[in-house]
Structure formats: structure tokens, C-alpha cells
Design a protein around this ligand. Structure first.
Ligand code: MRU
Length: 366
């Protein structure tokens, strides 16, 4: 995707001239956006684990790719099975909800362990690159399938799509999932406009989605998380498209906290609600998302502290909770994801096509 007209992916290996194996990985530090576009170098497994935990890299497909490169970084220190298994365990424990992370690690490990230790380093960097390239291709296909849905409903006036959190190119290796159909529609000359939920507490909508849509020139408006239902009641939303961190075999969609409320409002207003989901985000081992998906509970500071630009242009943090003697009376909770039951989901846009949730299993059988 384009940043100031220059093409970027969100993650890439740094390979010295004349070498096959990389020595480090570059990522875009997403905690600095939209205020600063900063690329950082990650050269150790533990640093990659930290980047995932602190959300310098985030979004389900991207943390899968980051975990794959985490394993590749671990091979630079040791190719002994026990050490690689320890690295895998650290990565899997770094964030619990998005299934892509464990999917990527579980794809890397058997490939590496089947090889002689001496061959594991090159294989690890190659497989991590394969995972990234497949992610890009899957998201491009999601863009094409999603574009067809939009074209079907397009009436040559502004087509308003509401999205939650950031499921754009920043959340993937490139193109995005929920935003891929939107980019495709915009590039095809359709008059699309995006309602961007701010997405408290970390504001991935206001900080990341608005930034990347702006870089691509897609018209958009940031709204408070509570505005979507009102806009739907007044005919100002034609479609909702969100991403997902884990989708069950029965089509339950786990995504950023607040997604469920958008799905309820869309259902009540007969507005189509789609989840854009590459196949590594589907957890075929479970059906009941509500009871079988671990929901990450994140640090309370994310709710208490707002970060932004002050009047002088410098980035600052402010605490919005009560202070003083009564502060201890205020509890804080921070569940990071929720589950939208399949019955509220119109369709799941995958690289293999668009499926009603109850027919998702047919991807597996093809
Ligand atoms: O906590 P985050 O920012 O990693 O959560 C991201 C989301 O919830 C996205 O919607 C999801 O990962 C889909 S990304 C293509």
C-alpha cells in the first residue's frame, strides 16, 4: 500500500546483499500512528513477542506473519528442537484471541522439525515469506469478491460502508481484509464513503483506519463508537464490513469489542453485515464462539488513558478517570474482543468466495 506515494508492506525481512537468510525484520510501529510513520527493526524473538504484546504489530493476519518471522528469528540463535518449541510457546502466549497467530506457528513448526537442524534457518525464513505472500493473495481475492457484492447493490450514488476497528492493510501484510473490497471499489471508480468507528479504547479506527484510507484517498468520516446505530436508522449506512480475529466452523465471528453491537443494529435495520475473513482466521476446531473463544482482557490503562496530539502538535497522554480520594471506587474492565453470533452475519467474504455462515464448512470440503 501507498504511504506518501511509496509502496510498503507492513512487515518484511532484511536480507543483506548476496545473502539468502535475513538477519532481522522491519515493521511499521503502529503505536506511533497516525502521528509518526516509524519503521523499527526487530532482531530477536523476544523483541517480536514484545511487539505483538504491545501492539506495535497488530491485526489478526499481521500477528500471524509476525509470529512466523518470530520463529525465523529464533532459528538464528538456535535450531535445537527444544529451543524452537520454547519460542513457539512464547509466541502463541503473546495474544490469545486471534487464531492466525497459533495457525502460523503450528504451520512453521512441523516443517522445521522435519528437517535437519542445519537446514532449519533457511526453511524458516522461506516459510515465513510464503505465509506473507499467501496473505497478500488472499486479501486481494477478498477484495475482488467483496467488490462484486458492493457492485450488486451500488445505485450510482454515494455508497456508505461502516467498518469497525482496523481491518485494513495495517492489520495484514497488505491490502487488508474488510478494507480490501473498499479499496477495490474506490479503485474501480465507485463512489464509496466509509463511516469509521473510532473503536475505543485503543482507537484503531480513528488512528489507523482513517490514516490508511486517507493515504489512499478514500472518502471517510470518523464517528464515535455509539453513532452507528443512529446512522443506520436514518438510512445512512448501506453495508457493514468488518474483519475478524477468529471465526468458528459454524460462522460465529469474533472481532474487536463493539462489533457485536454494530451487528445487532444492522440486523434491526435490515442492513447487510459482512465479515471479511482469510481462511487462516477460521478455527475449524470450534463451533460455539461465545463459549469456546478466549477473549483477551487487556491492561486497564488502555481505557483510562487517551493518547493524542496537543495544541502544540506534540503527542501527549491524559487520564480520563476520576482522580483523588474517590478514584479507588472506580473499577475498569477491558475485554478486547466480542463474538457476533452467526445468525447476525449476512455473509463471510473469504478468498474462496462469499459464504453464508452456515455454509462456511463447504470451503473445507472443496
Ligand atoms: O486488537 P487488534 O487491533 O489486533 O484487533 C484487530 C481487529 O479486531 C481486526 O478487526 C481483526 O484483527 C481483523 S484484521 C484484518
Amino acid at each position: 500500500m501507498l504511504v506518501n506515494q511509496q509502496s510498503f508492506r507492513t512487515i518484511w525481512p532484511n536480507i543483506a546483499v548476496d545473502k539468502v537468510i535475513a538477519t532481522s525484520v522491519s515493521i511499521i510501529d503502529q503505536t506511533q500512528l497516525p502521528h509518526q510513520f516509524k519503521i523499527i527493526t526487530v532482531d530477536h524473538l523476544d523483541s517480536m513477542v514484545k511487539c505483538i504484546k504491545t501492539m506495535q504489530v497488530r491485526g489478526a493476519p499481521l500477528i500471524g506473519a509476525a509470529a512466523a518471522y518470530g520463529i525465523a528469528l529464533a532459528t538464528l540463535k538456535s535450531t535445537v528442537q527444544q529451543d524452537l518449541e520454547l519460542a513457539a510457546a512464547k509466541l502463541i502466549a503473546s495474544r490469545p484471541t486471534a487464531v492466525n497467530l497459533q495457525w502460523a506457528v503450528q504451520r512453521m513448526m512441523p516443517i522445521l522439525l522435519a528437517l535437519n537442524p542445519a537446514d532449519r534457518i533457511e526453511a524458516a525464513w522461506q516459510e515465513a515469506a510464503n505465509i506473507c505472500n499467501e496473505d497478500v493473495a488472499q486479501n486481494q481475492a477478498i477484495g475482488r469478491h467483496g467488490l462484486a457484492i458492493i457492485q450488486n447493490q451500488y445505485q450510482h450514488k454515494t455508497f456508505n460502508i461502516l467498518t469497525h476497528c482496523n481491518a485494513g492493510w495495517l492489520a495484514t501484510v497488505d491490502y487488508g481484509t474488510a478494507l480490501a473490497p473498499i479499496y477495490a471499489a474506490h479503485d474501480a471508480g465507485l463512489n464509496v464513503h466509509v463511516w469509521v468507528d473510532e473503536t475505543r479504547p485503543r482507537n484503531q479506527g480513528a488512528s489507523l483506519t482513517a490514516w490508511e484510507l486517507g493515504q489512499h484517498g478514500v472518502p471517510h468520516t470518523v464517528i464515535s463508537d455509539n453513532a452507528g446505530g443512529h446512522l443506520m436508522q436514518h438510512g445512512q449506512v448501506d453495508m457493514v464490513i468488518v474483519g475478524a480475529d477468529r471465526v468458528t466452523a459454524a460462522g460465529d465471528v469474533c472481532n474487536k469489542i463493539g462489533t457485536y453491537l454494530k451487528a445487532l443494529a444492522a440486523f434491526d435495520n435490515q442492513i447487510p453485515f459482512y465479515a471479511a475473513v482469510p481462511s487462516p482466521t477460521i478455527d475449524w476446531t470450534i463451533e460455539d464462539g461465545l463459549h469456546e473463544i478466549e477473549i483477551e482482557e487487556r491492561n486497564y490503562d488502555e481505557v483510562a488513558i487517551m493518547r493524542g496530539r496537543g495544541a502544540d502538535g506534540n503527542v501527549l497522554e491524559v487520564n480520563i478517570l476520576p482522580s483523588g480520594p474517590q478514584a479507588a471506587a472506580t473499577g475498569v474492565a477491558n475485554p478486547a474482543f466480542d463474538v457476533t453470533p452467526a445468525r447476525l452475519v449476512t455473509g463471510i467474504i473469504t478468498e474462496a468466495g462469499v459464504f453464508q455462515p452456515e455454509h462456511l464448512m463447504s470451503i473445507r470440503h472443496n
